[in-house]
Each structure stands twice: as structure tokens, then as C-alpha cells.
Design a protein. Structure first.
Lengths: 299, 433, 236, 251, 349
């Protein structure tokens, strides 16, 4: 039983990591139906910026929570700026093109950004300072550490907030409208460019938060972390029903648990095989993902 | 003017000011990563301010250039052209209602001038035939690689370009072809020529196996499942040592058999070059015939509208499965060639990035256009090779090129050519209109 | 109120409008008729800024708007109910209507407008929670018109509002159009295939053919015009 | 036929005889399109039977078939929201319609066998004939999405005819057409019936067209059949006037 | 023939494995700069021709033919065993010598198929043997879990170790591969914990090792962690920080105290402003050997250089090394190290 619990919480952590990145993925997908392969790179840049900022700030004498908050803030600002610029350069000119063109542009951007960081910084792994201090009340608990708790709660809170935001605010409604029919949204007074930019900024902000929390949890980063995390987050987003925020979280969790239990009870050799196998299995029975809506097409 | 986003910037000053703004923005953007270099352990920071100036200057120039190119692309505001009377309706092939791009006009021109066509083809034939004797083994070798990707691109084009099924796991079939030959050769000494068709058949069967479960999926759901499938195949190859010899791969695979003649490295390369050229020619013929056949039309119809497609009596399941199977076949062939070419394979060659590159070839070249895909493969495979001059900056430039090509030619290098069927239907006799 | 001066619009290399000029004064209903592919929808899209003209001028209340983005033009009070309905398929009927009032801040008035459209189209009230995409063709058409009305436009551009509606409803729609024109003093530019009906409620009319204005006159005159009769009124 | 809690069709009995033109009318959302979707097996009705009697063949039940099989058996349709293959040329659109009447396989296509070439030539000619029939022979090589609206509607009909149906289902073929175009359509539909002996089932809101060409009319309201009969009988029916035509309708 | 000595340097210079290829390139550049400053080899300047193979066999084959076409005299590389194998066939056919700083696959030397191949790193089996003997005789391990990263290097090593353990009658209680680059490894750590193993033998590289070790320590597990040359890297200590304490890793004997190594590392710091990464010293040594052999042979002819390499000893940052008939280096035996107070310290056998 203890073993089961340990695996359960391990899967939960892993799942919430996937979920946190997947939310940004799913938001961008939701609005422009683009698999933004460069999202993982934004996450990576967020982590790198946080690391750089934290190092600079700690030399200046900052420490503790203020360091986390400040470095996190800088990371968010920069990630948002990168996300914003990314959209303007690589996707906006392709809005009218076939759906695959921005996908290729995204792959190109992903390669570019990886190599940019590789060349400007280093190819090596860098230690990421433990910005999150251990909560004292978690001292006795073995199954969960404070960074895990933080990741979990940030995921939960941001999902809830964003879901409300999209459901009830004017911007949120505009986002959904733009996602379905850009021209019509324009005709109803929606500034489509701005809505898309805001979406990228929100998505990138989440990626940056993810970058800071997750890197601080794992303790190391390099220029390549975004790619793998991105693929998994994308899988999670699809599993849960792409475009749906709660779906992204659920998808992340399911993926995390699958991997954890597959490792625990079968073999970690085939952990990803199980993960992708489950994906195929679920999609066979729910072709639009766990929480996804099948498209309402009137014939 | 508020929201003057369409207002063309006419004065030079405006352009320069904007580019200046862009430069400042990029200086801000690249500040932490370009300028600050940290060594976390030594707790010191190196400030590389010089780089900021480079970034600023570079961004300024590029932004000016970007604007210039975009303006050129959009063309001048046609005042004269707007005259309704000037629209030429004479159907000369060159001037079809003025609605054809240069590329289309060239295509029509090419179609209409038989002499020119024959001349081009013979010229091309000689260039291709003489290539390995003029250039070095290295050049021949990378051209072989590029041609292999032409085949992969054309194969994937069946699935993605024609049938509209986004497949991100194409590499799985490539791997199965390669491993089939490698294993058969390793264990049973099976020769290349025997293995080639079998590898294709095996890949086709794998295509069917993948096809069945994913039939109901659409668009990006299909993409992720195929991506997963690709990864599963790679992971199995990595983990199942007893079967695949694991991550250390299979070495010393035989090169294509030569009927007992002794070949050195150069001869082998040349020989393989001709094999690949013939196979590419074969692929082009098959793919273009398929595309213009009943099956090909069904694929395209399926891509355009599934519901209407079924209402036309097309069996969705069967059509999708044939697309998967036929697309996979080429990957199987090329996999087999890959194993024979490198004489060594391991699972590391079959990552998701490989699928992404093949997909990029299809899209970048121009979906559905055979010539486009050939160009796409040549660009994407030869580019990194020729970018070797940039050494470390190679992949950086490569990524940037992909973005730039897409942005400036969203429909692909040779895109926008929807299938041109010049049908010359005889006046039906007897039947009343 | 609206003046279009010699605009030319292109789709890529295809020219859809070849120098069109029309004007609409405040409080008027103007009908725009013409065969399929004449460029009627294109003209409306050009006015709304979706397909900006290559040349020519569009003045609204005396100000040029041809360079503005669609959302700015909308905020000036020009609202289009486009061809093909363009319902947001994954938003519910209610949310689709809310999108019509996207820029409005007067909650009370929005609510009463909502009541108003539900009173014209009780069917929509029944289907409030249904997804827009699953509505029947005619229901979607009602929704599209209602959504346009929710914006409280100063000027409403209607592109074939009666398309696919049952005869009872066609009558209702034309009544509604007359009503909003009279009571809310909304200016209307109406594109219709049911030319006779359109010209009956309109003050003036234009005939568009092949991207140019072929005829313009007060509606009653057009109704009697021989050419118009044979080409657009079905010879009756 | 239900959607969630909504009953879209309730006990609809309807028949179409050979070479007959039958119209279905009814207010918006009455379930007319849904009815088409049931016949063509896009939706599966929860209860009831659909039986066809193809000329010269044994009768067959359509229940539980796939849409493409239904087409193969000889029922073709057009769509309320035009669904052409937008990127294909006009001719190709019609050629796709020939799919279920041709047999060429992959091998044939690759090897370019004589049989395939002949079949392809037949397809071409047949399709071209269809285009002539609907008057689109001039636009054969244009992209389908570049056609004006009315022409697209006619192309849809040509495409449906290419499947050689014995029953043709038309969903609002005159929507978006002006009266003179509608008159042409009227003529086209009659011709299809006369020349090919095809039965036609038609949904339409343009009463003039309906009155002109249909032999019989069914009226649907809220999924129920409220009236049926000749055009005269139906337009005289007070229930129909109230639910559908409106008081001031003058036919 | 030409007026320079061309040294090809091939390996992963881009992509996820760049961190294993770039240090070698830097090493080669430093050595070349050094030698050129002293007048070059045989009076000719050394020219570096860097080629990126991204560790992919098919790219490596192309890279190899490019280097051959450019008529390089010698090749330093490749980095990954797979890429090396694919390239060696081409070098062999055009009789070029290649020396890898990092390809450890046993077949490369022991199979006798690649007579033109040398390396400045020990093959997998030697390392595995040392690890197993150390674990059994020194640490008195009773139950062992063998984990690897599914890669060429890691899995190969782990399999040898497993074999050796089995031969000694102690089959591992766990033998599994992890997914490199995964976000966390808590599940596999749980599994190790519940297998009851008192030591983990890990085959793979430092990034994953750092994650596993930290997870184990954070879970307050007291399992001994033994790993390989891929982990015996200062980056590991930096990244794992306090959690690195007590970790065992095998590595070439006596590197840091070697004066040549000290200067090499110093030069790297000065030139690139960073600590050198993986296989830096091995590559440095390889460059020194290759160029030194040409100098001694008095020509660039492959067979004479090869003879010199096999019959002489070279002073390198790895100590005095020579090469045996298979191409494996002599004199670079392995030693066991342990992280003590933030540094790798050799533990006496
Ligand atoms: N997106 C487009 N791309 C290219 N050409 C277009 C596009 N939209 C319309 N056209 C062309 O522009 C011309 C005018 O079309 P428009 O839709 O404005 O006609 P319309 O008068 O509204 O016709 P209808 O009565 O069918 O709605 C037509 O020839 C049409 O083919
Ligand atoms: N997929 C669906 N999900 C839920 N409701 C649906 C769906 N399809 C149709 N409906 C509902 O069923 C009813 C019948 O729709 P149908 O499309 O058959 O109407 P119709 O008679 O064709 O109307 P119109 O003349 O307006 O096209 C409508 O009220 C519609 O909202
Ligand atoms: Mg129109
Ligand atoms: Mg309908």
C-alpha cells in the first residue's frame, strides 16, 4: 500500500509538471489550432532567464522567497516577451496559410531557439538553485516535498483561474470566438491580433512559471529540456482533449500516473510505451480526448 | 492614425524609426541570454555588452530587410491594373485572365512547349547521369541522402499531402524497413535486393496496423497518436535487445550486392547513387500516377470533406488505410536503403525529429506538388550539409531558414499548384447536351 | 451617412469590385441586388474592412474608414450580418448572442435587447443552451440576425438575411427589418436575392453586376424597370 | 431520431415512387435535413425502417448501413451547406462522384493497364456529360471554390448525378439563388427526372419552385408529419398555413 | 601533399548530445593552437576541420565521406559509438585513422573489425568489471540494482555489469532502463527502494544520475550509488550539489593532478570562460597522441602513424599512454572515485 501511495504521489507530481506546461500548449492550440512546438522552448527560456536572474540577484544579496518571486517575475516578463515576439514573427504572417505551414514554422523556431540558447549560453547542464524553500510543515511527510506541493497548487489555481477567465470575461469569450471564426469575430468588434497576442502572453507566462518551479524542483537545466517536456505536455493536452484547460490537467495527471505505475509495477524500460499506448487506447474510445468535445458539425 | 495597421509606411523615416524600435525590442529580448553569462558555482557573472550592440545592429538591418521584402512581395498598389477593361481574356496560356502567378504561367508554358520540355528532360538526364563522375564521393553521398529523403517526402505526401492525414510518426515505417534488412542480413545473410521489396511490404503491413485503431481520429489527434506510434517503435527497438540488438545497433550490414564484382568505396557509392536515382524515378512515376487516378482523387476528396466524400460512395476506411499502407511502403524501401548505405543502424536514427524533418520537406516544398517535394528535400537535406561552413551556427541558421521560407512562401516553395489537369475532352458525339 | 467612392477590391489577382460607388443616408433602407458572383458580399466585406480595397475611399459620417481594421469599424457602429451565417459552432446560442454585444457595457439594455430578439424568434429562446453548430440552417440564420441586432448598430449591413428561411419567417424578417429601421432608426444596407421583397421595403436600390453598379434608383422605379424585372424578379 | 433530450423526428412515414418529384417542406428546424441524414445513414434512426426498391433489383433495407454503401445502392444527395471538394477542379469534383461506379485499383493505377486507361477515359467523358447537363462545361478546369454560389449548387447536383442514383435528395437547392436562377434550376430538375427517370426528393423553402415541380408534398413540423398531398391540397391546409406558409402567403 | 596537417574533428556539435561533442572540439582547437604556436607538426600548421554528426549514424557516414573527400590526415572522433561504427567503415576503405575520445563500445576494438581505430577511453567491460569488483569486495554489497539510460553507452555498460554480477552468483535484483531527459525519476527510485537493494549501479550520464541521486537522498534513502565515467564529471557535482556527496564513480586514473591536465583545463577556462565538459581530457589526449604520432613518424601516412601509435608512449593529460594491437589505450586504467566534500577523490582499492 505504501508503495502504491508513493507511486501515486510520484505520478501526481510528474503529472502536474506535464499539466502546467500543457495548459499553455492547449491555450495556444485552442485559439489558432496550432501545435506550438516552440512552447517547450519558451518554457526553457523561462527557466534559463530565471536562472540567470537568480544568479545575478543572489550576488546582489537577495535570498529566500524574495529571490524566487523576483527571479520568477523576470522570467515571466521575458517569456511573455518571447512568446509575443514568436507569434508576431513566425505565426502571424501565416494565419491565412494552410494549417501545416505554421506547424513547420514552429518546428523551425524550436530548432532556432534551442541553438540560440546553446550558443549564447552553454551546451552543458547547469545547476538550478533550489529557489523554493522547504515548508516546515512538510518535514515529516515523505511522499511530498514543498516544491511538489507548490507545483500542484499552482497548476490547480491557474487552471481554475483561467477556466473562469475564459468562461466569464470578455477577453475569454473573445478568445473562444476567435478560435472558431476569426473573420466573424472581427466583424463583431474583436481585435483579433490583440486577442491572439494575449493568448500567447498568457500561455508563455504559464510556461515561465512552469520553468521556474519545475527547474527548481529538478535542480538542473540545459537548452534541451524544453523539447522533451514539450512533447509530453502536448501528449497530455491531447489526451485530455486539446483546447480544454481541465482536460490538459487531467491529461497530465493520467499521463503522470500511467508512467509512474508502469515503472512501479511493470518496468521503466517501457514506461513511455505504456504512456503512448494508453493515449492510443483512450483516443480509440474517446476520439476527442477525455474531456474534449467532438466537433459540432451540422450536416 | 489610430489602428493604422494597413496604412502603408511611405516615408523612409517611418520605416527607419520602426526598425529602430524593433532593434531596441530585440536588444531587450536577448539581454539576459546573450549578455549575461553565469558560472553558478563560482558565483560570478560575466557581462558581454558587446553582444548587445551586435544584436541591435543585426535586428535593425534585418528588420529593414524584412519590411522591404514583405513590401516587394505584396507588390505595388496596382492603379493601372485596376482598370476593368484591361483584363485580358485571351486564352494564350500565358495570360489566363491575368490570374496566374508566374509559377503557374511557367507550368503552363512548360506544358505547352514540347520541344522545350524534351530539352529540359534530356539536359536533366545527363546532369543526373554524370553527377557521380564529376563530383566527389562526399557530394555523391549527400545527394544519395537527399534523394532518399525525396522518396520519404513523396511517400509521406501520399498520407499528408493527398489524404490529409497528419502523420508525425512516419519514422516508424522507416525504422521498420531499416531494421528488417539489417536483421535479416545479420541473422540470415539476406541480400539487399531480396530485402527491398519485403521491407516495403512489411512497412505497408505496419501502416495497416497503425491505420486500424486511428481511423476515427481527426487532425491533430491523429498527429499525436502517430507520434506516439513512432516513439513506441523506437523504444521497442531500444529495449528489446534479444530482437533488435538494443541501442548499440547493428553493424556491418552488407551494401547492395554487386554480382560478385569487387567494388571499392567509391564504386559502391556510385552504384548506390544509380540505384537510388532509379528508385526515385520509379517513385515519381508511381506517385504521380496514383495522384491522378481514381484512388488519388478519393484521397484528395477525403482530405477536403469527409462527409461529402462518403456521400459520394467512397469507403472512408478503405481509402484511409490504402493511404497509410502506400505511404508507409516508401518509408520501408528507404529504410532498407539506409541500412545498406550506412552499413550500421541504431535506434537513435529514428527519433521524432526525423519525422518532423520529413514532414517539413513535404510542407516546405509544397504539399501535393511532386516537384515541390523534390526541391523541399534538396533544400532541407542539403542545406544543413552546405551550412557546415557556419560550423556551430549551422543548426541556428537551419531553424531560421525554415521559419523564413515558411513566412515568405506559406504555400511551400512550389506551392499553390493545385492539381492541373488539362483535360481535353472530345466533343461527345450523338448525345444531346 | 455612408459613402463609398470608386472602390476596387481584389482577391489576390482576381478583381471582384471594379470601381463601385454607393451612398446611404441616415435612416434609410437601401437594397443591393445582383446575380450570383456580382460582388455584393464583397462590397459589404470591403465596407467592414475585412477585405480592404486597393483603391477608393469609404466615408462614414464624413470620416474615411477604408484603412481602419474591422474591429474599429465595428466600434463606429457599422455591423454586418454576413453571408453564410457564420455562427460560432461551439458557443451556445446564448453565448453567440453575447458575442454580438461584445463591446457593449450597458448591461440592462443588453438584457432587454436579448428579450427583444427572443420575442421575434421564440425558437432561439427554446434553444438557448444548444450549441450554435447543431442548429438547423434556418435557426442559424435567425441567430445570425439576432446577433447582429445585439450590437445595437447605427448601420446594419445584411447579407441575404432570408436565406433558407421558411416563408412565415421571411415575412417576419422583413417586418423586423422595417421595424428596427423605423423604431431604432437604424440605417440598413440590404443584400437580397428575394429582390421584390427587398425593394418593397427599401427606399432606394442598387443593381450590381460583374463588380460594377449597373443601375441605381429609388426602389419603386427599380421594381418597374424592365431589365430588373426580367433578370431579378423572375419575370413576374 | 433523438439528439440528447430533443426529439427531432417522430414517426415519419414517407414514400417516393419511381420518377416522381416529392418535396418536403416545413418550418425551420422541423427535422427535414435530419430526415435526409437518416436516409443516407449519416445518423442512425432509433426506430423505423427504410426500404428501397431499386429499379430492376430486389428490395433492400437501409438500416445500419454506412453512408457510402447507401450511395452505392443508388441514393445520392446534396447538402444544405454546400460541401464541395474546394481545392479540386470542377471536373474532378464530378469525377469523384464516379468513384463508386468504377473499379480501378492501386495496381491498375500504377501500371497504367489498358483497362484503367479506358475506365479513366469513360469517367472523364461521363463527368463531362454531367457538367454539360447542368451547364458548367465552360468551367471544367476552375477550382470549385472559385465558382459563384449558384454554380456551386449546380455542381453539387452534377456530382450527385455522377453516382448514377435512382433517387436524388436535394437539400434546399435554390437557397441563395435569385428568381431567374431558380427558374433555370426548376428546368434542370425536371429534365433530370425526364431524361434519366430519377426520382427526386427535395427540401425547399422557395414555394414557387416547390409548387411548380413537385408531384406530391410532405409537410413536417417539429418532427411530425402534419400534412401530405398534392401542392394544391397542401397549400390549402390551414395547419400548414399556420405553421409554415404564413397568413399572407399567396401562391 | 598540402601545406597543412588536417585534423578532422567529428562528433555531436548540435542537438541534445552536443554537450558531449563540443568539449572535444574545444580540446582539439586548444591542442592545435598550442602546437601551431610552437611551429606546427613537421613544419606544417595544424588545421581543424570540425564536422557535426549529431550522433546519428547516417549523418556520420556523410561526415566521414566529407572528411575523406577533404583529404584529412587524421580524424579525432566520433563521439558516440554508433556514429563511430558507421563512419569507421568509410575511413577503413580509404585508410584513414580515427581516434575517439569517448566511444566505449567493446566491439570497436575487440572485434578486430576496425584496424584503423584507436581510442583514449577504456571499453565498457573494463569499467564494468572494476565497478562490480569494487561493489562486491570493498562495499560488500549483497543486493544490487542495475539501472541504465537505455543508451548505447549506459546500457552496454549495465549489461556487462549484470553479466559480471551473475557470474559471481549475485544476480541483480533489478535491471531496468530509465528514459533520459524525463522530468523526474521518483517512480524508479521507489522501485529501487522497494527492491531492497543496498546499492545502485548506474550506467549512463550525469544529468540523469544527478536527478536520481537527488531524488534518492531527498527520500532519505541510504542506498550506495555507483556509476561510471559519464558521471565522473565535475558538472555532476555542481548539479547535484550536496546530494552528490558519497557517490562512487569510475574514471581514468590520475587526471587532475597531472600537470598537463591542469594546464589544459586552465587553457580551456581562459579561452572559453567555462569549465571543460565531458571527455575533454580524453579528447585532449587523443589530439596530442595523433599529432605527436605524425611528428614521430615523420609523415602522415596511415600505416606508419598507426605503427608509431602502437609502439610508443605519449605524454598526455591522462598520463603516459600507448595503444595495444586492438587500438585500446594502455595506461589509462580505471580507478574508483568518490565524491567527498564536493570533489571526486580516488578511493584506494
Ligand atoms: N475568397 C475569395 N477568393 C477569391 N475569389 C472570391 C472570393 N470570394 C469571392 N470571390 C469572387 O468574387 C466575385 C464576387 O463574389 P461575391 O461573393 O461578392 O458575390 P455575391 O454578389 O455576393 O454573390 P452571391 O449572390 O453568390 O452571394 C465572385 O466571382 C467570386 O468568385
Ligand atoms: N447534431 C445535432 N445535435 C442537436 N440537435 C440537432 C442536431 N442536428 C439537428 N438538431 C436539431 O434538430 C432539429 C431539426 O434540424 P434539421 O436540420 O433537420 O431542421 P430542418 O428541417 O432542416 O430546418 P431548416 O429548414 O432550417 O434547415 C433542429 O431543431 C436542430 O436544432
Ligand atoms: Mg454574396
Ligand atoms: Mg435543413
Amino acid at each position: 500500500m505504501e508503495y502504491f501511495l508513493e507511486l501515486f504521489f510520484g505520478g501526481l507530481t510528474r503529472g502536474s509538471i506535464y499539466a502546467l506546461i500543457a495548459i499553455g500548449y492547449t491555450m495556444v492550440y485552442g485559439i489558432i489550432q496550432l501545435i506550438n512546438f516552440a512552447h517547450g522552448e519558451i518554457y526553457m527560456i523561462g527557466a534559463f532567464t530565471a536562472l540567470i536572474a537568480a544568479s545575478a540577484l543572489s550576488i546582489e544579496g537577495f535570498g529566500g522567497w524574495s529571490l524566487l518571486v523576483l527571479a520568477g517575475f523576470i522570467a515571466i516578463v521575458y517569456s511573455a516577451a518571447y512568446g509575443f515576439t514568436l507569434e508576431k514573427i513566425a505565426y502571424k504572417p501565416l494565419r491565412k496559410a494552410s494549417r501545416l505551414s505554421p506547424l513547420i514554422s514552429a518546428i523551425g523556431m524550436s530548432i532556432f531557439l534551442q541553438n540560440y540558447v546553446l550558443l549564447a549560453q552553454t551546451s552543458d547542464f547547469l545547476p538550478f538553485p533550489p529557489l523554493i524553500e522547504e515548508f516546515s510543515f512538510l518535514e515529516q511527510v515523505t511522499v511530498m516535498r514543498s516544491s511538489e506541493l507548490l507545483i500542484l497548487s499552482v497548476t490547480a489555481v491557474s487552471t481554475a483561474l483561467l477556466t473562469l477567465f475564459i468562461k466569464f470575461t470578455r477577453m475569454g469569450k473573445a478568445m473562444r470566438a476567435v478560435a472558431q471564426d476569426k473573420t466573424m469575430a472581427m466583424l463583431l468588434g474583436v481585435n483579433v491580433d490583440r486577442v491572439i497576442s494575449v493568448t500567447f502572453i498568457i500561455g508563455s507566462t504559464l510556461a515561465a512559471i512552469g520553468g521556474v518551479l519545475i527547474s527548481s524542483h529538478i535542480g538542473q537545466i540545459n537548452f534541451y529540456i524544453g523539447f522533451i517536456a514539450g512533447i509530453k505536455a502536448f501528449t497530455a493536452a491531447v489526451l485530455g482533449g486539446i483546447g480544454s484547460l481541465p482536460g490538459a490537467v487531467l491529461g497530465g495527471m493520467v499521463l503522470g500516473w500511467t508512467e509512474s505505475f508502469a515503472t512501479g509495477y511493470v518496468s521503466s524500460d517501457y514506461e513511455d510505451v505504456f504512456a503512448f499506448g494508453l493515449l492510443v487506447f483512450i483516443l480509440i474510445f474517446r476520439p476527442a480526448g477525455i474531456l474534449g468535445k467532438s466537433t459540432a458539425e451540422k450536416i | 492614425m489610430p489602428y493604422g495597421r494597413r496604412a502603408p509606411i511611405t516615408q523612409k523615416g517611418g520605416k527607419i524609426l520602426r526598425s529602430f524600435g524593433v532593434a531596441l525590442w530585440f536588444m531587450f529580448l536577448t539581454f539576459p541570454i546573450m549578455v549575461i553569462k553565469i558560472s553558478p558555482l563560482e558565483k560570478n557573472i560575466e557581462w558581454r555588452w558587446g553582444r548587445m550592440i551586435y544584436v541591435g545592429a543585426g535586428a535593425f538591418v534585418l528588420s529593414l530587410l524584412w519590411r522591404y521584402v514583405i513590401e516587394q512581395k505584396r507588390g505595388p498598389i496596382p492603379k493601372e491594373e485596376a482598370d476593368p477593361l484591361k483584363v485580358d481574356t485571351k486564352d494564350t496560356g500565358w495570360n489566363r485572365g491575368g490570374s496566374h502567378s508566374l509559377q503557374e504561367r511557367l507550368a503552363i508554358f512548360f506544358h505547352k512547349n514540347k520541344k522545350f520540355r524534351i530539352l529540359t528532360f534530356t539536359g536533366l538526364f545527363f546532369i543526373i547521369a554524370a553527377f557521380p563522375f564529376v563530383f566527389s564521393t562526399y557530394q555523391t553521398s549527400i545527394i544519395i541522402t537527399a534523394l532518399m529523403y525525396v522518396m520519404l517526402g513523396l511517400g509521406l505526401n501520399i498520407v499528408v499531402g493527398l489524404a490529409g492525414l497528419l502523420d508525425l510518426g512516419y519514422v516508424a515505417f522507416y525504422a521498420s524497413g531499416a531494421y528488417f534488412y539489417a536483421l535479416m542480413n545479420h541473422h540470415f545473410g539476406l541480400g539487399f535486393w531480396a530485402a527491398l521489396p519485403m521491407a516495403g511490404a512489411l512497412a505497408a503491413i505496419m501502416g495497416l496496423l497503425l491505420g486500424f485503431p486511428v481511423l476515427r481520429l481527426r487532425g491533430d489527434y491523429l498527429a499525436i497518436v502517430t507520434l506516439g506510434f513512432g516513439e513506441i517503435i523506437r523504444l521497442v527497438l531500444e529495449n528489446w535487445n534479444e530482437f533488435s540488438l538494443g541501442p548499440s545497433g547493428i553493424a556491418r550490414i552488407d551494401r547492395p550486392g554487386t554480382l560478385g564484382i569487387d567494388f571499392d568505396l567509391r564504386d559502391h557509392t556510385v552504384y548506390l547513387y544509380y540505384i537510388v536515382v532509379v528508385l526515385v524515378a520509379f517513385t515519381i512515376i508511381v506517385v504521380s500516377r496514383l495522384r491522378n487516378s481514381r484512388i488519388g482523387r478519393a484521397w484528395i476528396a477525403l482530405r477536403e470533406d469527409e462527409v461529402a466524400c462518403q456521400a459520394m460512395g467512397i469507403d472512408k476506411t478503405k481509402t484511409k488505410l490504402t493511404a497509410f499502407a502506400l505511404g508507409a511502403t516508401w518509408a520501408g524501401f528507404v529504410g532498407c536503403i539506409l541500412a545498406a548505405k550506412t552499413t550500421f543502424i541504431n535506434p537513435a536514427s529514428f527519433t521524432f525529429m526525423e519525422s518532423a524533418i520529413i514532414l517539413s520537406i513535404v510542407v516546405l516544398g509544397g504539399m501535393g506538388s511532386i516537384f515541390g517535394i523534390i526541391l523541399g528535400a534538396l533544400v532541407l537535406i542539403l542545406l544543413p550539409e552546405y551550412l557546415r561552413a557556419f560550423s556551430e551556427y549551422r543548426m541556428l541558421v537551419f531553424g531560421a531558414s525554415m521559419v523564413i521560407i515558411m513566412v515568405f512562401r506559406p504555400q511551400g516553395i512550389i506551392g499553390g499548384t493545385r492539381k492541373r489537369h488539362e483535360f481535353h475532352v472530345k466533343e461527345p458525339t450523338g448525345e444531346k447536351p | 451617412m455612408l459613402e463609398v467612392r470608386d472602390i476596387r477590391t481584389f482577391y489576390g489577382a482576381i478583381q471582384a469590385l471594379k470601381g463601385v460607388s454607393i451612398w446611404v443616408t441616415e435612416g434609410e433602407i437601401v437594397a443591393l441586388i445582383g446575380a450570383n458572383g456580382a460582388g455584393k458580399s464583397t462590397l459589404l466585406m470591403t465596407i467592414c474592412g475585412v477585405v480592404p480595397p486597393r483603391s477608393g475611399e469609404i466615408l462614414f459620417m464624413g470620416n474615411p474608414i477604408q484603412n481602419l481594421s474591422p474591429d474599429r469599424i465595428f466600434s463606429l457602429g457599422i455591423v454586418q450580418v454576413p453571408e453564410g451565417r457564420r455562427i460560432f459552432p461551439l458557443l451556445t446560442v446564448q453565448e453567440n448572442l453575447d458575442m454580438g454585444a461584445y463591446l457593449r457595457n450597458d448591461k440592462g439594455a443588453v438584457r432587454s435587447d436579448m428579450e427583444y430578439v427572443f420575442s421575434i424568434f421564440p425558437r432561439l429562446a427554446e434553444r438557448r443552451r444548444q450549441l450554435g453548430g447543431t442548429l438547423s440552417g434556418g435557426e442559424q440564420q435567425m441567430l445570425a440576425l439576432s446577433r447582429g441586432l445585439m450590437a445595437r448598430p447605427r448601420m446594419l449591413l445584411l447579407d441575404e438575411p432570408s436565406l433558407g428561411l421558411a416563408p412565415v419567417l421571411v415575412a417576419t424578417i422583413f417586418d423586423t427589418i422595417r421595424h428596427i429601421n423605423r423604431d431604432n432608426s437604424t440605417t440598413l444596407l440590404l443584400v437580397e436575392q428575394k429582390a421584390a421583397m427587398a425593394l418593397h421595403i427599401a427606399g432606394r436600390g442598387y443593381v450590381l453586376e460583374n463588380g460594377t453598379i449597373k443601375l441605381q434608383d429609388i426602389a419603386d422605379q427599380l421594381l418597374c424597370n424592365k431589365e430588373v424585372k426580367s433578370a431579378y424578379l423572375g419575370g413576374s | 431520431m433523438d439528439f440528447g433530450g430533443l426529439r427531432a423526428l417522430e414517426k415519419v412515414d414517407l414514400y417516393v415512387a419511381e420518377a416522381e418529384i416529392v418535396a418536403i417542406i416545413g418550418p425551420n428546424g422541423a427535422g427535414k435535413t435530419t430526415f435526409f441524414n437518416c436516409i443516407t445513414c449519416v445518423y442512425q434512426p432509433h426506430r423505423g425502417d427504410m426500404i428501397i426498391y431499386p429499379p430492376g433489383k430486389a428490395s433492400k433495407s437501409l438500416n445500419g448501413l454506412k453512408p457510402n454503401t447507401v450511395t452505392e445502392m443508388g441514393i445520392a444527395r446534396t447538402f444544405q451547406n454546400i460541401r464541395l471538394f474546394k481545392e479540386m477542379t470542377v471536373l474532378e469534383n464530378v469525377m469523384v462522384g464516379r468513384h463508386c461506379r468504377t473499379r480501378a485499383g492501386i495496381a491498375g493505377a500504377i501500371l497504367c493497364t489498358r483497362k484503367t486507361i479506358r475506365e479513366e477515359q469513360e469517367t472523364l467523358e461521363f463527368s463531362y456529360g454531367m457538367l454539360r447537363k447542368v451547364g458548367l462545361e465552360k468551367q471544367t478546369n476552375e477550382k470549385a471554390s472559385d465558382l459563384p454560389y449558384g454554380a456551386q449548387r449546380r455542381l453539387e447536383i452534377a456530382r450527385a448525378l455522377a453516382t448514377e442514383p435512382f433517387l436524388l435528395l436535394l437539400d434546399e437547392p435554390a437557397a441563395g439563388m435569385n428568381p431567374s436562377e431558380t427558374a433555370e434550376l426548376d428546368e434542370l430538375i425536371s429534365r433530370i427526372r425526364e431524361e434519366d427517370g430519377i426520382s427526386i426528393l427535395l427540401i425547399e423553402h422557395d414555394m414557387k419552385l416547390v409548387m411548380n415541380i413537385s408531384d406530391r408534398i410532405y409537410v413536417l413540423d417539429y418532427g411530425h408529419l402534419i400534412a401530405e398531398g398534392t401542392p394544391q391540397q397542401v397549400t390549402g391546409n390551414p395547419e400548414v398555413i399556420k405553421a409554415y406558409l404564413g397568413e399572407c402567403f399567396d401562391a | 601533399s598540402s601545406d597543412t596537417i588536417k585534423l578532422g574533428v567529428a562528433g555531436a556539435h548540435s542537438g541534445d548530445l552536443a554537450s558531449y561533442g563540443i568539449p572535444s572540439l574545444n580540446a582539439a582547437r586548444l591542442v592545435a593552437a598550442d602546437i601551431n604556436a610552437k611551429g606546427g607538426v613537421l613544419g606544417k600548421k595544424v588545421e581543424i576541420m570540425a564536422e557535426d554528426d549529431a550522433c546519428k549514424p547516417e549523418v556520420a557516414a556523410n561526415v566521414a565521406s566529407k572528411l575523406v573527400a577533404q583529404d584529412v590526415n587524421l580524424v579525432l572522433g566520433h563521439i558516440c559509438s554508433g556514429a563511430t561504427k558507421a563512419a569507421l567503415n568509410i575511413y577503413k576503405d580509404s585508410s584513414k585513422l580515427a581516434m575517439s575520445p569517448s566511444a566505449t563500445n567493446v566491439d570497436l576494438t575487440k572485434s578486430g573489425l576496425y584496424p584503423n581505430f584507436f581510442r583514449t577511453i577504456s571499453p565498457d567491460d573494463a569499467q564494468a568489471l572494476l565497478q562490480v569488483e569494487f561493489a562486491l569486495s570493498k562495499l560488500k554489497v549483497k543486493k544490487i540494482a542495475v539501472i541504465h539510460d537505455k543508451g548505447d553507452y549506459g546500457k552496454g555498460l549495465a549489461e556487462f555489469a549484470k553479466g559480471f554480477f551473475e557470474k559471481k552468483g549475485i544476480p541483480p535484483v533489478l535491471f531496468e532502463g530509465i528514459t533520459p531527459g524525463a522530468v523526474d525519476y521518483s517512480a524508479i527510485v521507489q522501485k529501487i527502494k522497494f527492491s531492497g537493494a543496498d546499492a545502485v549501479l548506474y550506467g549512463g550520464y550525469h544529468p540523469e544520475a544527478a536527478k536520481i541521486v537527488s531524488t534518492m537522498k531527498k527520500k532519505k534513502m541510504k542506498v550506495i550509488f555507483i556509476s561510471d565515467d559519464g558521471v565522473r564529471d565535475d558538472t555532476f557535482i555542481k548539479v547535484a550539489g550536496q546530494y552528490a556527496e558519497g557517490v562512487y564513480a569510475t574514471g581514468p586514473i590520475d587526471t587532475t593532478r597531472n600537470p598537463m591536465a591542469i594546464t589544459a583545463i586552465e587553457k580551456h577556462r581562459k579561452e572559453y570562460g567555462a569549465e571543460p565538459g565531458a571527455f575533454f581530457l580524453n579528447a585532449y589526449a587523443a589530439a596530442v597522441c595523433l599529432l605527436g604520432a605524425i611528428e614521430k613518424a615523420g609523415s602522415t601516412d596511415s600505416s606508419s602513424v598507426s605503427k608509431i601509435l602502437r609502439s610508443n608512449w605519449f605524454d598526455t593529460p591522462l598520463g603516459k599512454i600507448g595503444f595495444d594491437g586492438n587500438g585500446d589505450a594502455r595506461g589509462i586504467g580505471f580507478a574508483m572515485y568518490q565524491v567527498q566534500k564536493g570533489r571526486y577523490v580516488e578511493v584506494v582499492k
